[in-house]
Write a protein that binds this ligand. Structure first.
Ligand SMILES: Nc1ncnc2c1ncn2[C@@H]1O[C@H](COP(=O)(O)OP(=O)(O)OP(=O)(O)O)[C@@H](O)[C@H]1O
Length: 175
């Protein structure tokens, strides 16, 4: 899955969409907020947009420090993006998807950002006893071509057998 690719140990970039963020003038920027005490060791990184974790950082630490606060901000009305990139084979898929499935309702230690974020979202919704609906899209952007990986007519076939169905890029009314 390439739209949410990440390199865990070298470059993991987490950002909000500033042009879509409501009430941004009333809110301090995320990187200027007080950090939890657990991230004291990253004091030197405060105020910078890109923070680097060491190569031995476990999936949970990366999630708790970099992504958990972003998901909370979604519930405050922000549009957020977890954007990750890196050279081929550096661990983007591993970081985002993780290496194994849930066992006995518990995440394995190598569960990635996506299952952890989905769990956090549903936990927050359940805690609010909210009526909610959730929409999910899963797009592949490869060689400047966008493909809808959840297109219904393709789901009956295995991934290898599915013909690529490119989507058309369109602008909204504001260009
Ligand atoms: N932090 C990690 N711990 C253990 N194994 C890892 C870690 N990061 C990556 N790997 C392993 O390294 C290999 C390459 O990782 P991965 O496929 O995630 O890279 P990628 O950046 O998505 O590659 P590509 O750009 O080619 O799709 C995989 O076998 C993955 O399981």
């Amino acid at each position: 899955m390439d739209p949410f690719q990440s390199q865990q140990s070298k470059e993991t970039l987490v950002s909000k969409s500033p042009w879509l963020t409501p009430q941004s003038s009333n809110k301090p920027a995320r990187e200027m907020r007080p950090e939890p005490s657990s991230s004291k060791k990253h004091d030197k990184d405060k105020g910078v947009n890109v923070q680097v974790f060491g190569p031995t950082s476990p999936q949970k630490d990366l999630y708790d420090q970099a992504v958990n606060p972003i998901v909370n901000e979604v519930f405050e009305g922000y549009n957020c993006t977890v954007f990750a990139y890196g050279q081929t084979g550096t661990g983007k898929t591993y970081t985002m998807e993780g290496g194994a499935k849930k066992k006995n309702g518990e995440f394995p230690s190598d569960a990635g950002v996506i299952p952890r974020a989905i769990t956090q979202i549903f936990n927050l919704l359940e805690a609010q006893c909210a009526d909610y609906s959730i929409k999910v899209t899963f797009l592949e952007l490869y060689n400047e071509e966008i493909t809808d990986l959840l297109a219904p007519e393709e789901c009956s076939k295995s991934i290898e057998d599915r013909p690529k169905k490119p989507l058309t890029l369109m602008e909204d009314g504001k260009g």
